[in-house]
Design a protein around this ligand. Sequence first.
Ligand SMILES: [Zn+2]
Length: 453
Amino acid sequence: MRAFFYRLNTARGSRGLSLLLLLASLLLPSLSQAAVIEGVRVWRAPDHTRVVFDFNGPMQHKLFSLQNPERIVIDIEAAKNQFDLSSLDLSKTPIQRLRSGARNKKDLRVVLDLKQAVKPRSFQLKKHGGKPDRLVLDLYDKAITTEKQIEVVQPNAKRDIIIAVDAGHGGEDPGAIGPKRLREKNVVMAISKELARQINSVKGYKAKLVRSGDYYIGLRKRRNIARDMRADLFVSIHADAFKHPSASGASVFALSRRGASSETARFLARKENEADLIGGVGGVSLADKDDMLAGVLVDLSMNASLEASLKVGQMVLDSMGKIAKLHKRRVEQAGFAVLKSPDVPSILVETGFISNPKEARRLATSSYRKRMARQIFKGIDRYFNSQPPVGTYLAWKKNGSRPQGDGVYIIAEGDTLSGIAQQHSISVAALKKANKIRGSTIRVGQRLTIPSS
Ligand SMILES: [Zn+2]
């Protein structure tokens, strides 16, 4: 290169040289520094497969599909692969194999040979929170229809109280990491499964896991899953780290729309809300553009569910206090994105600080996880026994044979006013009157009063 510039120098004079040197200094780094694939991971979720490529720096990529046979091709500019693609476990995925090769001398082509057609989507994540620059490829299964099944709620049934149990983090997002590489995502999964098992063993309750395996779900999606379950309560389970390893104790959080109630609350909310950046929600800004939060009606139901969240949270906290040290004696509040459900009471339970060696040791044992799950459920059970939702088995048990009065129906996708009225053997007019509905607009998640006929 030097000889080349020298010759130019003699031919065109020193002004030309300095311009060329400037150009060269701008161009050369990007030419010489190839983006290198240093790691690849595969996560299987119920409806899609996620492939994550770790790079040593930013990269540019293009994605396309080819048929006969089905393939996904990713072209990455000025890149190399240093990872053994044949070492990946591809069982339970639609991928037959991954391979890579050089293209145009400097570019890299990665090919995924598929067992069946998928719907691919790709995005890049910038270096963040100890994770390198990443290219994320989501392959959505085609066989699963996206149509939602409409559940029919039996108005007079003694329905179960539904608890959505959300194990925090997962997949790309390990959560906090404690001593001996103890990962929050695994600890909270074990506690969540145990909690769900205990809840399901009691008549009148049904627990459903929001996350059922080791994969990441965006914070907003977690709320939507709970709403789709028609959950009476959303419980997100965590075991976070704090700046100081001495910090210890369990805590319960509810949403605050004004500000955090303590420095720890603010710190943890910020960490938790960053999960989408680490776990990978491509193209979705963290700024909450939740249009559902706009209306006055939603505001009211948000206040009602916040009040319920604080009540159930306090009972869970008191119950956990019987076996664990408490970080704070009251439910704390902060702007956790995962708790922003307007109509499902939601709490975030910190089972302990994984950054505290003593608590990490306890959280690593199954006996402590079981006891922790039991105390969380005891608190939940105390709350629902004190005020069981109308139409549930618990309400029926509490009220005995007394008439229950008006029922509540939560609108699901595909519901119509006439359909709901028919289901409950009342007229559309009576239904509209009881709920002060003027037009015919209803929204998913809205609670309707069903007048007793
Ligand atoms: Zn967490």
